[in-house]
Design a protein. Structure first.
Length: 60
C-alpha cells in the first residue's frame, strides 16, 4: 500500500482508482441488484404458482 504525504495525493489516488475501476464497480452493482431482483421475482412467482395449485386441489 502506498503512503501518501498529503491529502491531495490521497484524493488523486482515489480519483485514479475510481477512473480505473468505476465502470466495473457500477456494472457489478447493477448485475448484483438485477440478479437479486430476478431471484426474488422468481421466488414470488413460484409461491403464487404453488398457492394456485393448492387452491385448485382443495376445491376438488
Amino acid at each position: 500500500m502506498d503512503v501518501y504525504t498529503t491529502e491531495e495525493q490521497q484524493v488523486e489516488a482515489i480519483k485514479k482508482w475510481w477512473r480505473d475501476n468505476g465502470k466495473a464497480v457500477v456494472l457489478g452493482a447493477v448485475i448484483g441488484l438485477g440478479g437479486l431482483y430476478g431471484w426474488r421475482y422468481y421466488q414470488a412467482e413460484q409461491e403464487t404458482s404453488r398457492e394456485q395449485a393448492s387452491e385448485a386441489y382443495t376445491k376438488w
